[in-house]
Design a protein around this ligand. Structure first.
Ligand SMILES: Nc1ncnc2c1ncn2[C@@H]1O[C@H](COP(=O)(O)OP(=O)(O)OP(=O)(O)O)[C@@H](O)[C@H]1O
Length: 476
């Protein structure tokens, strides 16, 4: 942060290597509230080009920053901090309260904000005083999430690091939040969002904050903002980013190149790998059985002891939270799985586990330890630069947006390791409807007319949801 490339407004000031956005009050009387602006912000001094006027393409971007929010011991907490993209430098400097963002009836210019909200206002649809929200032209968030289950307390006074990533080709925003310097594997918020409707050619980027009816010290420590135009995509940086949520064209390309050069060697390694995985799986199953037996015995002992002194019951989740199925249940968004977990679930993609084959993938029946059965969809390797339009990326981008409809299958996880691209879904034990309708597998199931009518209405309802409510523009 240098005073030269940042414009501060309201109560904000530079302090060592940080920016203090709002002042902390020593009392909450109306006179002390009036003596401060209550709003503070910092914007990068130069406008950033978000839209290429020649091609009309909107950029992708990533923003990483760390901040801390310390409520005053004398008042209720302030409102929080927002990351902001605004059309001009004066857009928001006059708005008091609402994290320095305009109230719904004050909106004049389009804006985008991610709010780290510490005040609970039910009239604005807030879930509580510890949430993040994505705002498009309004402080009523289009998507928000309670941070409490993640263990992050925005008002703890501790340094919090957050990663915001918008990928325009797939119209998706993802946000991570944590206390660690390393990005957590799973984002806390994933939403489908089209910012091309909001972003003008040049916009200002920065932060706003407000105290509202309370007071907190809102401090911004470090900030990195990157923008990606045209064919440049947000690169996959394993060391820095810590995962490979969506593979970039380069990753797929290099994976393919490596695959062709090393195919013989790989076959051998895969063979040995599968053998090792098989042995490990058997050992794991034996251990799980022993573990279960011990646990059953423990619970019996505990139950017998219920009225004794200080009975302590250990739940399974407190014993081990590392199983893939438990991570899937704990995360409300699709979860990243390792290739070892996928291989163990499918017995190394065993041919007798194949339940179907599509145009671009083979589907295996799999089972994750402690979880229900899953359908593991293994995509064929992409030759050349498949880019954003390869079948894996297209399907992933469509399904990851947390589609919620009772007739739509849920994406539970994904794996993108080496040259393997895999999506994991709920398992449908009766397989494909067309096989039953056309009796392709000589299935014993014969659908009655009432069942067929119910299925047709269910399919139509899901299609309506996809096309009208969710505007998915892909093959169904
Ligand atoms: N979740 C699932 N549970 C059980 N079986 C499944 C599941 N998903 C797919 N299958 C089986 O795998 C087959 C192939 O599925 P896949 O999604 O790859 O292709 P598709 O949708 O039939 O065709 P396309 O590749 O053109 O999209 C299906 O026909 C079905 O029999």
């Amino acid at each position: 942060h240098s005073p030269n490339n940042l414009t501060l407004f309201g109560d904000a000031f530079f302090s060592n290597a940080s920016i203090v956005l709002t002042q902390e009050l020593n009392s909450c009387s109306s006179s002390s509230l009036a003596s401060f602006n209550g709003v503070g912000g910092a914007l990068y001094a130069d406008p950033i080009r978000f839209v290429d006027s020649e091609t009309n393409d909107t950029a992708s971007f990533s923003s990483v920053f760390s901040f801390s929010i310390t409520p005053s011991p004398f008042c209720s907490p302030g409102d929080g901090i927002s990351f902001l993209i605004a059309p001009d430098q004066d857009s928001f400097s006059s708005f008091k309260g609402h994290i320095g963002l305009p109230r719904p009836f004050d909106v004049k210019d389009p804006f985008f904000a991610v709010e780290y909200d510490t005040s609970f206002d039910p009239l604005l649809g807030d879930v509580n005083g510890n949430h993040i929200g994505v705002d498009l032209n309004s402080v009523v968030s289009v998507s928000s999430v309670d941070l409490t289950p993640t263990g992050v307390n925005l008002k703890s006074g501790k340094t919090i690091k957050t990663w915001i990533e918008y990928r325009n080709p797939i119209k998706m925003i993802r946000i991570w939040v944590g206390y660690s310097a390393v990005r957590p594997t799973n984002p806390v918020l994933v939403a489908r969002l089209d910012l091309s409707q909001i972003l003008k050619e040049y916009m200002y980027v920065g932060f706003s904050s407000s105290n509202g009816q309370g007071s907190s010290l809102h401090v911004l420590d470090k900030w990195r903002f990157k923008i990606y135009h045209g064919s440049f995509t947000i690169p996959l940086d394993i060391v820095e980013e810590g995962d490979c949520f969506v593979c970039s064209p380069d990753d797929l390309h290099s994976a393919t190149a490596t695959a062709t050069h090393k195919s013989e060697q790989e076959k051998f390694v895969l063979g040995v790998g599968c053998l090792v995985t098989l042995v490990i799986s058997i050992i794991a199953i034996v251990l799980v059985v022993i573990f279960k037996k011990i646990k059953e015995r423990k619970i019996v002992v505990i139950n017998n002891n219920t009225f004794g002194a200080n009975p302590r019951i250990q739940t399974r989740s407190s014993v081990n939270t590392n199983f893939a199925a438990e991570r899937i249940q704990a995360n409300r968004v699709p979860t990243r799985l390792s290739l070892a977990e996928i291989k163990s679930a499918t017995m190394c993609f065993a041919p007798n586990r194949i339940v179907g084959e599509g145009a671009s993938a083979t589907v295996y029946k799999g089972s994750l330890p402690h979880g229900p059965q899953v359908a593991v969809k293994r995509f064929q390797r992409v030759s050349g630069i498949g880019g954003w339009r390869n079948p894996f990326t297209t399907e992933f981008a469509t399904m990851v947006g947390c589609l919620k409809h009772k007739n739509l299958i849920q994406l539970q996880g994904w794996c993108c390791e080496g040259s393997e691209l895999v999506l994991v879904y709920e398992y449908m034990p009766n397989g494909s409807l067309d096989k039953i309708l056309h009796n392709k597998t000589r299935s014993a199931i014969v659908l009655t007319w009432t069942q067929r009518q119910k299925i047709a209405i269910g399919v139509a309802s899901a299609l309506t949801y996809l096309h009208q409510d969710y505007t998915v523009s892909t093959k169904v």
